[in-house]
Design a protein around this ligand. Structure first.
Ligand SMILES: Nc1ncnc2c1ncn2[C@@H]1O[C@H](COP(=O)(O)OP(=O)(O)OP(=O)(O)O)[C@@H](O)[C@H]1O
Ligand SMILES: [Zn+2]
Length: 466
């Protein structure tokens, strides 16, 4: 599983083996020239909610007076965050295209300099130009390179650059008509000053595409290409689980190149298959069969979590997904329970069962132990340990066990915690075996559709004949 994890990690961090797409840095040099992109929202597939949010920004820019009259503040900064290759640059360029703005496409690292003051000067020059050429969109990719949280052992040059960016953003006039779009894969690294109201105060997560979005992206990138009638983009979308928009654009391009090489007048399934292989091979020597197998395991793992969560019903599920996100190959999103401070023993036991259900589903279906449950087990260990040592919920009695007494009693603590976890695991296996039909149905649905809401889960389970 580690190899596969690495593979997925790698395909989320594309290596520069492909031809650069038209947007990438075509007009960006040391002195930050702008361009006037022709990109529109029609070029961006999927991401409907994000586009909706950006429509408002476009309207702000097109008719600022309407908003100013109402006393509404024009947004200054939008921050896109999420994995690479998912269309952040494309979206920013579409905002520029839709508003006929000058587009400044820069990267945070371009401002990182050895000599104090040089980065800050670059920021100043960039904003001067943007003001002159307004309306403007300034897109700063990898904004964490200049916007990372400041530490006590400060780096003077970096701090000055960040300060200059903050000064420029604060100095906007109402009628400047400049929007800054920052992009990062690591929102958690950014300095809080940058995220304050009036600066980058709109944060928009851009996710890896699910099956539907992959289909839409493939449609966009094959729009002007002669496809053989047998080419089934839905099937292609299915085969490309875990790929991002940049990979899919490359697949469409590579398939066209293969067709030219074959002197073919149309792009066929064969060319697409070769293109997929090449894109995968460019990343790592693997084939898509492995992805399919992996996808099946993750589907059952997440279906296990979801089903048991639905039965135990401690906090409602929002979404179940097998689209990789960060390091996770799949996830079940539950409503945050941060408002809760008190849990009963039954509820903690329920939490442990939900966490163990992924592993249990894998054991029932594949009869294997995999590495996919590492994070789950860590959380289980923490809860069981707290039950024994902090909440007096074991045979050791109503006492807290900490410090020296914890090391002194470590064997007993471990034995109690083990008993809790083992008991929960047995119960979870039993629950899932009793509901094996539901497990299959939910896992198959996840495998096909890749994401599922609570309503969909519940209607699927209810539909099943008793
Ligand atoms: N939603 C999408 N619709 C259409 N094409 C897409 C989409 N997402 C990505 N692409 C394609 O992938 C290319 C690269 O995407 P883009 O550079 O916008 O990603 P990014 O999120 O900015 O990545 P990075 O973080 O690596 O800079 C785009 O130029 C486009 O061809
Ligand atoms: Zn899990």
């Amino acid at each position: 599983m580690n190899i596969i994890n690495n593979f997925l990690k790698k395909i989320n961090n594309p290596v520069p083996v492909f031809a650069q797409t038209k947007l990438e840095k075509e007009n960006c040099s040391e002195d930050h020239n702008s361009s006037k992109p022709k990109t529109t929202f029609r070029d961006v597939a999927g991401l409907d909610e994000v586009k909706e949010e950006l429509f408002e920004v476009v309207d702000f820019m097109k008719s600022p007076d309407k908003y100013i009259k109402m006393g509404a503040k024009i947004p200054k900064g939008i921050l896109f965050y999420g994995p690479p290759g998912t269309g952040k640059t494309l979206l920013a360029s579409a905002v520029a295209g839709e508003t006929d703005s000058s587009f400044f496409n820069v990267t945070g690292s371009e401002f990182v300099e050895k000599y104090v003051g040089v980065g800050a000067k670059r920021v100043r020059t960039l904003f001067e130009k943007a003001r002159k050429e307004a309306p403007s969109i300034i897109f700063i990719d990898e904004i964490d390179a200049i916007g990372a949280r400041r530490h006590s052992e400060s780096n003077n040059e970096k701090d000055q650059t960040l300060n200059q960016l903050l000064v420029e953003m604060d100095g906007f006039n109402k009628d400047d008509n400049i929007i800054i779009v920052g992009a990062t894969n690591r929102l958690d690294l950014l300095d809080e000053a940058l995220l304050r109201p009036g600066r980058f105060d709109r944060h928009i997560r851009i996710n890896s595409p699910n099956y539907n979005s992959r289909y839409e992206i493939l449609k966009v990138h094959t729009k002007n290409k002669p496809l053989h009638k047998d080419v089934d983009l839905k099937l292609l979308a299915r085969k490309t689980h875990g790929f991002n928009g940049a990979h899919l654009a490359n697949i469409a391009n590579e398939a066209a190149i293969f067709a030219v090489r074959d002197n073919s007048s149309e792009i066929t399934n064969y060319h697409f298959d070769k293109a997929i292989e090449r894109v995968i091979a460019g990343i790592e020597q693997k084939n898509s069969v492995l992805i399919e197998k992996e996808k099946k395991i993750v589907s059952y793992h997440e279906a296990g979590h979801a089903l048991v969560s639905n039965i135990v019903n401690i906090c409602p599920i929002q979404k179940i997904s097998i689209v990789p996100r960060g390091e996770a190959l799949g996830y079940v999103l539950q409503l945050p329970d941060e408002d809760r401070y008190i849990y009963t023993k039954e509820e903690l036991i329920g939490k442990i069962k939900i966490l163990l259900a992924g592993k249990a589903a894998e054991e029932i279906i594949f009869n294997h132990l995999s590495t996919g449950a590492k994070d789950d087990l860590k959380k289980v260990t923490d809860i069981a340990d707290q039950m024994v040592c902090e909440y007096g919920m074991s045979k050791l009695g109503f006492m807290t066990i900490e410090g020296n007494s914890k090391s002194f009693m470590s064997q007993q603590v471990q034995k109690e915690a083990n008993q809790i976890v083992e008991h929960c695991y047995k119960e979870t296996l039993k629950l899932l075996k009793e509901n094996i039909n539901d497990l299959n149905i939910v896992a198959n649905h996840l495998y096909d559709k890749e994401t599922m809401t609570l309503e969909e889960l519940q209607s699927l389970i209810q539909k099943e004949p008793c």
